[in-house]
Write a protein that binds this ligand. Structure first.
Ligand SMILES: [Zn+2]
Length: 308
């Protein structure tokens, strides 16, 4: 599918279990931050480390940003793997759960994060993209009252969300990202899209849908895309819910399914598309208890522009 600036793709995710605190205001107003700078294709800032990986190719001119989860135990273990020649895998950045960033190669050097992949007529996205790995255990299996990752570590249900991946039909548990990681992901997307004039922000599951599910439904990719690519950072594009409970549906009409619990009064929304009396919106992830991505259709009469 061709990327379009003002109409992000459909993301059908559902929310369920909760985790984390509200980041609504910070996520919405996190603009022109001076958290990071770019010098010679290297990121600079506090809590940014550089450790060059041997797993890399030649020079690239990136057009896309691709997000991943590590499906690993810790950022240390993932960095160790992505700098191990045996792995034959790497990425440009690894973002730890505490917000620490490790860069493994300059942004104009090819890293090996995408594998066999396709997007918008291109194949082999390593040649065309910057890859960011988010430290996250990935899908979790319920064992008794706990959740277990493939590498054996257990997590509480409060550290996960139960959701259906946009490419699948059955819900499962996914390790939640930390609030710091999401804020850092937004900032990284802003500075990299701006510096390299990137065309779009994608997930590994977008470019390799037959074999990959990362970064998955716990990652608010749709929101980050809407915020960074879609709306030119204009505050005036935000809307809010005017009623105490507003249904959000899978299509523009009351005959469509309700996709999540009703939105509460004051919830902030980014409009993506309008049809008749309905508007497709991206819901501020800070407003959702799970902090995850949610898009759907709401009735125009019950939302108002914050620009008014
Ligand atoms: Zn991946």
């Amino acid at each position: 599918m061709a990327p379009a600036r003002k109409t992000p793709r459909k993301h059908s995710t559902q929310r369920s279990s909760r985790t984390g605190a509200s980041s609504r205001e910070r996520l919405a107003t996190f603009t022109d931050s001076s958290l990071f700078r770019l010098t010679n294709h290297r990121l600079e800032g506090s809590k940014v480390n550089y450790l060059e990986t041997p797993n890399k190719g030649g020079t690239i001119q990136p057009s896309y940003l691709v997000f991943h989860y590590t499906a690993g135990r810790s950022s240390q273990s993932s960095i160790a793997w992505l700098t191990n020649p045996l792995a034959k895998a790497s990425a440009h950045l690894v973002v730890g759960r505490d917000g620490t960033i490790t860069q493994l190669a300059p942004f104009t050097t090819k890293t090996w994060h995408a594998g066999v992949s396709h997007w918008d007529g291109l194949t082999g996205l390593n040649q065309h993209s910057i890859g960011i790995e988010m430290d996250n255990a990935g899908p979790l299996i319920a064992v008794g009252t706990k959740l277990t990752a493939w590498f054996g570590k257990s997590y509480q249900k409060s550290q996960a969300i139960f959701a259906t991946h946009k490419l699948d039909t059955e819900p499962k548990w996914w390790h939640a990202f930390s609030e710091k990681q999401i804020l850092i992901a937004v900032e990284l997307a802003k500075i990299l899209v701006s510096q390299y004039a990137l065309k779009d922000i994608l997930g590994h599951d977008d470019i390799a849908p037959d074999r990959k599910r990362d970064p998955g439904p716990a990652f608010p990719l749709g929101h980050i895309r809407a915020l960074v690519m879609g709306r030119s950072q204009e505050e005036g594009d935000w809307y809010q819910v005017m009623v105490s409970a507003l249904n959000i549906r899978s299509g523009p009409g009351s005959e469509y399914d309700i996709v999540a619990s009703p939105l509460t009064k004051g919830t902030k929304l980014l409009p993506l598309e309008k049809q008749d009396r309905w508007t497709k919106v991206d819901v501020d992830p800070g407003a959702l208890s799970s902090g995850q991505d949610l898009e759907g259709w709401v009735f125009n009469r019950y939302i108002e522009s914050l620009n008014a």
